[in-house]
Design a protein around this ligand. Sequence first.
Ligand SMILES: [Zn+2]
Ligand SMILES: [Zn+2]
Length: 135
Amino acid sequence: MRDTEVDPPALRRALLELAPWLAGTEVGPAVVEAGDCDRCGGAPRLLPLCGPVSWTAVCRDCGLALGEDGWCDGHADQGAAARDWAAALPDTWPTLVLLWWLATGELRAIDPTARRRTDFEPLPAPVRAALGTAD
Ligand SMILES: [Zn+2]
Ligand SMILES: [Zn+2]
C-alpha cells in the first residue's frame, strides 16, 4: 500500500528551499496565527497589522488595499516594507503558506482531496513527495 501521509520535516525542508520567505520573522506565516485573513476570509493571513483598523492579520491583497491604514504612525516604514514584500510574492503564495502551516503542525489538514490535484500540481517534486502526492 502506498503511504500518503504528509512528512512534515521533509515538507518543511522542501518549502524552505523553494520559498525561504516562509520562515520570515517580521512578516509571513510564521508571525501570524494560522488561518484565513481577518478582513476577507478568502486567503491565508500573512501580514500582521497594528493600525487603526480592527483586523490584526490580513492576506496580501487586503494588506495592499489597506495601505498605510493597516499600520500605526510609528510603524509606517515597516508597513511600507511589508506591502512591498507582499506585492513581490509569487502568485502561488496562498498554497505555500497553507503548506507551511501543515509542515509546522499549525494546521492538521488542508482539504487534501479538493486541493491536491489542482493547487499542488505545479509545485516541485520534493514538495509533492513530502505531501505523498508524487506519483
Ligand atoms: Zn484578505
Ligand atoms: Zn505599529
